[in-house]
Design a protein around this ligand. Structure first.
Ligand code: UDP
Length: 239
């Protein structure tokens, strides 16, 4: 697990966005994983996911507060969170400014439809080259078709670990593009789910808001976050 923390991007959102902007301009391919405790736990339990996280070309950013807190406990100097949803919004802004090609895969059919509509209104200069819902059986076909469209940005919202595994499987076929797994972001960006109010965001309590709104998340939260903290405490003692 320490290796994941070593790899985390530590310098904060502003400098990270500059790198993303630059890489888009020079058409340097990027695979970004937005890390939560669940991400690192999956890496410890799943060989393929571990390989993907440790690949030199994979960039890990600290999405969840649990990751930032754990990193600090382990004496890694992580400046701040860079959330998946904020990164997605930043990418959309850059796409609007530069007329980039955008591809979207994931979420329920009605959500991806609503999202496409919202984006077309709000970001008229984005070139949306391909969209697909996340419940089609063969998702490989999406990527196989996407290669010839050469997207600048590809957002995949299937939940962890599927979104990352799928991107990683097809990444070699692409010459350029920023690829990111964005979890439940399409639900929020389409307007069908509310993001936690600003006060929750400020206090780093978005996770609490999501549990209160969707109590079935509690088990997932316990399995990934509570157990994770115990693991980090143990690791801390062994250092
Ligand atoms: N999803 C999907 N296909 C699936 C399973 C999930 O497209 O087979 C979508 C789901 O509709 C949701 C997203 O993946 O939009 C995962 O959201 P979740 O809130 O679980 O992600 P988190 O942000 O918590 O990682």
């Amino acid at each position: 697990m320490l290796k994941y923390f070593e790899k985390l991007y530590k310098k904060g959102a502003t400098s990270f966005y500059e790198i993303v902007n630059y890489n888009l301009k020079i058409e340097q391919k990027m695979f970004i994983v937005t890390a939560n405790p669940e991400t690192f736990t999956e890496g410890s339990n799943n060989k393929d996911f571990d390989k993907l996280l440790l690949d030199n070309n994979t960039i890990l950013i600290p999405d969840g507060i649990g990751i930032v807190k754990a990193a600090n406990m382990l004496k890694f100097d992580v400046l701040e969170r860079i959330t998946g949803i904020d990164l997605a919004i930043k990418l959309l802004d850059l796409a609007e400014e530069n007329h980039y090609k955008l591809a979207l895969l994931g979420a329920k059919p009605e959500i991806i439809e609503a999202l496409t509509k919202v984006l077309k209104e709000k970001y008229p200069h984005i070139n949306i080259v391909k969209t697909e819902n996340g419940y089609i059986e063969n998702k490989d076909v999406f990527f196989e078709d996407l290669v010839r469209l050469e997207p600048d940005i590809c957002l995949v919202a299937l939940g962890i670990p599927n979104q990352e595994l799928l991107i990683y499987k097809h990444l070699d076929k692409f010459k350029k593009g920023v690829f990111v797994g964005v979890g439940g972001s399409f639900d929020v960006l389409s307007g069908s789910k509310k993001r936690a109010p600003k006060i929750f965001q400020k206090l780093n309590l978005e996770w609490l808001y999501r549990i209160v709104k969707e109590p079935k998340r509690l088990k997932r939260f316990y399995n990934n976050n509570v157990k994770f903290i115990f693991k980090i405490k143990k690791l801390q003692k062994s250092l």
